[in-house]
Design a protein around this ligand. Sequence first.
Ligand SMILES: [Zn+2]
Length: 274
Amino acid sequence: MPELPEVEQVRKTLIPHVVGHKIIRTEVFLDRLVQYPAVPDFIQGTVGKTIRAINRRGKYLRLELGDGFYILGHLRMTGALIALPASAPQPPYAKLKFTLDGDENLWFTDIRTFGTLYLLQDGGSYKVNGYETLGPEPLSKEFTVAYLEPLAHKSRKPIKTFILDQTVIAGLGNIYADESLALSRIMPTRVANTLSREELKVLHEAINKVIAQGIANHGTTFRNYQDGDGKKGDNQNHLLVYSRKGQPCRFCGTTLVQIKVGGRGTVYCPKCQK
Ligand SMILES: [Zn+2]
């Protein structure tokens, strides 16, 4: 599933293709992609609007349409927003098409079809479950050890489950959670409230570092993730533990182990991570 760095890469790569362009026509090929409002209202509310900016919050993308209106999108498992030349054929798994003025169109493709889109207005009454309650972003000034410490001290969840909670930190998923814990040498099953302030400091720094690295490497591609240009990321070649079960730890050479934490596959080094 695309996490913060992948969604950020989609955002950055879409900007030169779509910002400043007007939506001429909206075609929805899979109704349930549009969660709100009803499909005819979504079409009516998007046609004629200019995409003024693209923002990101956690794993959500916001296409700003002016007057406080925005299209909110979540790619979930396999969703992708791709800009293609108007002359290009329909891409595989196309579920929605925004025909733009100019030479390019914006497509939403999705293999597993868990992706979601909403047309919303700032201050509107419709609330997207999980969007309003997002915690601070890694690398932001709100995301500090002082913020993290009291929350961790109240939590009896495994530390991995704690950092995956989007109300605690926005944007981390399985890849960057495992990577943060490997870099900070913390065992993913440790109960959050047993971490010392020093350990939380190290973890906080590690989260910022792995997210920054993921962004610098244009995201992590294992199966389907691609950016707004249809390109794959490079961060899969730089991972410490994620997807490396059975391979040697990059720090000590010990064979990496996979377990389940909160139902999620979790890879760690049994020697380095305490
Ligand atoms: Zn190790």
